[in-house]
Design a protein around this ligand. Sequence first.
Ligand code: ADP
Ligand code: MG
Length: 563
Amino acid sequence: MAVIGIDLGTTNSACGVLAEGEVTLIPNRLGEVLTPSVVGLDDSGKLVVGRTAKERLINHSDSTVAAFKRLMGTDHKVKLGRQLFSATELSALVLRSLKEDAEAYLGEEVTEAVISVPAYFNDNQRHATKLAGELAGLKVERLINEPTAAAIAYGLHEKREGNFLILDMGGGTFDVSILEFFDGVMEVHASAGDNFLGGEDFVEAMIDSVLREFELDRNTLTPRQLQNLYMQMETAKRRISQQSGQCLELELGSRKAEWQVTAEWFEKVSTPLMLRTKRPIERAMRDADLPPQKLDEVVLVGGSTRLALFRSMVGRMFGRLPSCHLDPDTVVAMGAAIQAGLKSRNAALDDIVLTDVCPYTLGTGIINQDSPEQGEYFLPIIERNTVVPISVVRRVWTAHENQTEVRVDVFQGENRLVKKNVYLGEMSVPVPKGPKGEEAVDIRYSYDMNGLLEVDVTVVSSGKTFNKLIEFTPGALSEEEKASSLEKLARLKFHPREDEQNRALIARGERLYESSLGEQRDYIAQLLGNFDRILEGQNPAEIKKARASLQEILDRFDGEDWI
Ligand code: ADP
Ligand code: MG
């Protein structure tokens, strides 16, 4: 029986299988090898996963979730319709979808998988990933570190030994790992990264630049306009490395404007982000105590490393071209599939992580005086991926006149806004009354991997220190909890596989309907109405024809490659 390899990504997931020495990537029910890691429930309570769910993300935000990998190994629950789900359960639903796709493709039952995880995942997160597999009906005896999987896909394990630098930039994160391969064992030697740096940040920077140019604020745009702008920029970003000088028609508040997306503009906008990628690279090199000339290979992984600017920057940094001839979106899945194939022959590669790192960002909330309506902003204190033990101090100032108390909330997470992160605890300390911004406190977080975070708050003017221990070892599930989780997930069902193409197309049509106005909107409504009628007719040949023509028309409204 085949063991499949799965890349369970923050943005996209993929799976593959090794047969006769060759990796095959397994197409999902839409015939695509990338499945967006997005889960939702539709109006009939049925499960939607992947592209269809991603199309519904904006207009059905109460019943659709994405990026839950960031919450793996925490107790945080996400609301979907009327039910609460853990990140493990949501991951299980993605895995279930991939498992079914693999079964349909291979024509046999699939009960075992190797799943990849970021090198910095701690025990809790690794257990949560295995548990997700179990909840999806997959036995996961082995996990593989994502950078190791990428190295294997590039065949680096076939050398005798070597040092490899793996740079992985996905949708929201940038991970840097240094691998040392020796005697058949792949060791993660150093790992660093930036958890607020990925493909989405480039799009955000593009949007900011456009708005600055027209002297507009985000909140002068309607949600529909902002969403359209986002899509236009995402598409433009993906094309920029091939094509400069795209002309976009933007709708900004009450005005319409043309916008030239040139390589020069994109370079200017993305330079600060490009510069930020250098820091973790340098830190990992330093941590591994490795001079650049000792590196045998630099490997690029993740969709965002398609950016030509990034490639050339890495090239300049190391004085050579990085390896990027394999598809960066699927290279981790390919490596996981090879490991899965080796595993079924009991020949899997050993893959060790040496560094103990803090797997989440730990921080506090601060008030942003410029946009108080957003709620508190997250101020990271210990950054994710920091090698432990670690102790970091940051100073904050009073925010109100005559404030007599400073409350330090403790959050874990990766979001800019504290309300989207996980609350761990709080403490309050008294400060002398005075004008705002005069009194300051130093907040020190110390973390040493035993599950206790020590928070020390020192009032700067008096030197008084207050201390609190915060425990955060989110528990694994008990047998009963596991059983009830299984039961809950078993109640959720997919629509029939063969309908998925129609559903994805309708979801896309509905998104376009919501994002357009006037005549165009009426036209889309009419198209969707016609399509519904043809579906009701249940004539497969007609449905196929109608689908192709609807797809072609929708392609004219937005770039076909936004997913
Ligand atoms: P993750 O590891 O987070 O699941 P992926 O490796 O799938 O993510 O990368 C997703 C990111 O890659 C998205 O932000 C997407 O915009 C970006 N991306 C995909 N194709 C391109 C491209 N041609 N140019 C630039 N960025 C791209
Ligand atoms: Mg990835």
